[in-house]
Design a protein around this ligand. Structure first.
Ligand code: PBG
Length: 339
């Protein structure tokens, strides 16, 4: 159908530049739009109060204590950003091989969730379900004697972590660990606990990517992980069909939303997931992508606002319903100013 239509096009009956000539006609035929509703804002949370530390590899991003996060939460609401996503910076003394701090109901994340939901009930709140900020070895799961990641034993801990977060009142739990079967186990436990409103955003197609480097600096897991990698659970960057199988599994196990991660180098995956499943699909513009754009802009090599907006719109064009991005506040401020 489409290709037939294209074969009817010929010059000079058709001059595509005609529609590009004026701003109004460009706007009239714009196929995709970026809106503040598309944005999810990831933040790094520190223990204590009045704490703020710059993340060197992510210019403009700070790890902050809860009291300093309130103003960001308020700004998300003012700007119309639907969701804030919390990532914890865990005290080194609390990290253990089994990451059990992850299910401490008085830990950093559950406490922050309770406080944020009390103050900002209308702001969607999302938390990460994975053990890497909590383990002394920096892996997302627990290890056997040979140092291999144990799947089902890890999942049992992730279930406890997700339940503690949901009981604290989080709106979305987001398993980013890539263990097999964890979405089903978490969904089953949520049902058992009558936590039927808790949404699950599954990091379904999560690749073993080098673009996560700055994030690992930010949460302080980089040193723990050392030279180890996550290739036995995160996916091979070479694969596409495998991503579709992962998404199919997560949807069948009870995910409300699926995610592709990283973002911009994986827009082909976003498009295929969107086309195959027609299911709420999100992309994560990860720390390394943010760092690249910021660094180039700081050097004067790229126009900051222009590449920020172009990169975000590209996710919409690829079929994403929303984007997790460290640019969320900056992009939303710009979108508000344009209106
Ligand atoms: C933890 C997690 C990671 C990211 C989100 N959750 C890092 C990793 O898997 O090593 C990366 C986010 C980013 O790079 O911005 N499981």
């Amino acid at each position: 159908m489409k290709s037939q239509a294209n074969s009817l096009l010929n010059f000079p009956a058709h001059r595509p530049r005609r529609m590009r000539r004026d701003d109004w006609s460009r706007r009239l035929m714009q196929e995709n739009h970026l809106n503040t509703n598309d944005l999810i804002y990831p933040v790094f949370l520190l223990d204590g109060s009045k704490q703020s530390q710059a993340v060197t590899s992510m210019p403009g991003v700070n790890r902050v204590s809860l009291d300093l996060l309130f103003s960001s939460a308020e700004e998300c609401i003012t700007l119309g950003i639907p969701v804030m996503a919390l990532f914890p910076v865990i005290d080194a003394a609390l990290k253990t091989p089994d990451g059990k701090e992850a299910f401490n109901s008085n830990g950093l994340i559950p406490t922050a969730v309770r406080e944020l939901k009390k103050r900002f009930p209308t702001l969607g709140l999302m938390t990460d379900v994975a053990l890497d900020p909590y383990t002394s070895h920096g892996q997302d799961g627990i290890l056997d004697e040979q140092g291999r990641i144990l799947n089902d034993e890890t999942t049992a801990i992730l279930v406890r972590q997700a339940i503690v977060q949901a009981q604290a009142g989080v709106d979305i739990v987001a398993p980013s660990d890539m263990m097999d079967g964890r979405i089903g186990k978490i969904r089953e436990a949520l049902e058992q606990e009558k936590l039927i409103h808790t949404r699950i955003m599954a990091y379904s197609a999560k690749y073993a990517s080098a673009f996560y480097g700055p994030f690992r600096d930010a949460v302080g897991s980089a040193n723990n992980l050392g030279k180890a990698d996550k290739k036995t659970y995160q996916m091979d960057c070479a694969n596409t069909d495998e991503a579709l199988r992962e998404v199919a599994l997560d949807i069948s196990e009870g995910a409300d939303m699926v995610m592709v991660k990283p973002g911009m180098p994986y827009l082909d995956i976003v498009r295929r997931v969107r086309d195959e499943f027609n299911y709420p699909t999100y992309a994560y513009q990860v720390s390394g992508e943010y760092a690249m754009l910021k660094a180039a802009a700081q050097n004067g090599w790229l126009d900051h606002d222009a590449v920020m907006m172009e990169s975000l719109l590209a996710f919409k064009r690829a079929g994403a319903d929303g984007i997790l991005t460290y640019f969320a506040l900056e992009a939303a401020r710009l979108l508000k100013a344009i209106k």
